[in-house]
Structures are given as structure tokens and as C-alpha cells.
Unconditional design. Sequence first.
Length: 105
Amino acid sequence: MSFWVYMLCCADDSYYTGHTDSLEKRMAEHQSGECEGYTSSRRPVRLVFSQEFPAREEALERERQIKGWSRRKKKALIRGDWAEVSRLAHGSRALRQAQGERSKK
């Protein structure tokens, strides 16, 4: 069985990230409003990114990772711009390290 992490672009131009074991079914649920919550009031939605995983735990881990990303980094992922995703990852790591050093002083 496969599991998917996916990103939707909502009608208000926001992003929603989730995971599922049936991407087609889940998309239909989001479009129809069956998924109560974030996307139900932001329809229509469109699928902008999906990635397949062999295990639910891996898909859930990736979902949580993406949810922690900036909008800019999500856009790079959607474009498939791996160099930019990497650059933004290193930039945020350096920023966190610098902030940590400042708080120690």
C-alpha cells in the first residue's frame, strides 16, 4: 500500500498540506467539502504537489516537515527547485544558530 503527502493551493492562495492512503479519494473529499476544517471554506482547491511513500509514518513525517516550512520554501518545492529548497534550508539553519548564539550572550 502507498501513502501520499500532498499540498493543495486553496482559493484564497493559501497552502494546505496533508497525507493520505488514497490521493484521488482525498482530493474528491477536499473538493466536495467533505473534509471539514481548513479547506472546506477555501474551495476550490488544486493539487500542486504530491509525493509517494511506502509507509504512513514516512508520509506523516514529511507532512510535518513541510508544514514547518516558509511559504517561499513551499513554493520552491512545488516548482521542483531543489537548489532553492536546499538554500532555504541552510539559510534557516544558520539563522537559528545565530539566534541561539545571541540568546546565550
